[in-house]
Every structure is written in C-alpha cells, then in structure tokens.
Design a protein around this ligand. Structure first.
Ligand SMILES: [Zn+2]
Length: 173
C-alpha cells in the first residue's frame, strides 16, 4: 500500500547519481517519535533529493505529516501539522564540517549505509516543541476554573455572614 522506500541507501552513490525518492512511512514505524506521541496513527510523506552543491554532496528533501502530540497541560491529544524542508550536507570528517556552507546542516556519514528513516526521525524530533500545549486547553484550566468558582461561592457567602453579624451586633445595642 505504501510507496516502498529502501531501508538503507549508499549516500555517496545516491548523491553522485542525483537520485530522488518519494515515499511514505507509517508513523507507527517511526519508533523514536513514539515517546512524544498521544497516538501513533498516521502517515508521513517524504521526499529525498540527493545531489551536489558545488563539490559538496547533499541531501535535500521534505517531510509532511500530522502528528498527535501529548498536551502537557491536560495530557490529551494535540493535533500538530508538520511541514519540514531540510538541507543536509554529507560530512565525512571534522575538517569537512568546519568548511561547511551555512545553508546546510551537517549529516555525519560514518558508514556507507544511511538509514533514511532515521533522517526523518531526526528532522521531526528537531521541530517538536519542548512543551506542547493546546492553544485553548480545557484540561487543567478547566479544573482551575472550577476551583475559582468554589472560591467565588465562598466569597459570595461571606458578605452575607458579615452582614448577618453586623445585624446581630446592631440589634444587640
Ligand atoms: Zn490540553
């Protein structure tokens, strides 16, 4: 059903050949995201464009999905559309890292196999908020709201009791 993407690619060969890949992942298969998710339904659309910028081997691409994060206020699901464009430079040494153009984030290649899934997980983890929260959250705020109402009721009672006391003391005179 899903467009099959290779689990691993040879990044150098792909960049030299300027290979392009388009496909999808199931969110349920992107396991490194799961700690951040309320539910693992959904699909991630991805596009990878290998190539060269001058002599630099690069991997550019896009990630598009809709995730359900956990609202840190009420602990229920929080809908979060995600759209990422990334520009990565394939880097093989520290020397090369230092010479890197600012347009590109380094992607350290230590193996001739590159896991595309892990690139996608890394890019998504980078953009997830540290403290996701509904813009209008009805969870804990709602609990606070009811305690405010109780407070108000107590305050509403107190003027009467003060008045009652006042009356009593007045009648006493
Ligand atoms: Zn919430």
């Amino acid at each position: 059903m899903l467009d099959r993407l290779p689990e691993f690619v040879d990044p150098v060969s792909f960049a030299e050949k300027r290979r392009q890949l388009v496909g999808k992942y199931n969110v349920v298969d992107l396991k490194r995201l799961h700690d951040n998710l309320f539910k693992t339904d959904g699909i991630v659309d991805v596009e990878f464009v290998f190539g060269k910028s001058g002599r630099q081997l690069v991997l550019e691409g896009a990630i598009c999905t809709e995730l359900f994060l956990v609202c840190q206020n009420c602990l229920s699901g929080l809908h979060k559309p995600i759209e990422i464009r990334f520009k990565l430079a394939l880097v093989f040494s520290e020397d090369q890292l230092n010479k890197l153009s600012l347009d590109y984030e380094p992607l350290l290649i230590s193996d001739e196999k590159l896991s595309l899934k892990s690139v996608v997980e890394d890019e998504i983890l980078l953009v997830l908020p540290d403290f996701p929260k509904h813009e209008t959250c009805h969870g804990v705020d709602h609990v606070l709201q009811s305690s405010v109402e109780i407070d108000n009721e107590q305050k509403r009672e107190s003027p009467f009791s003060v008045l009652a006391d006042f009356k009593v003391s007045k009648e006493d005179k």
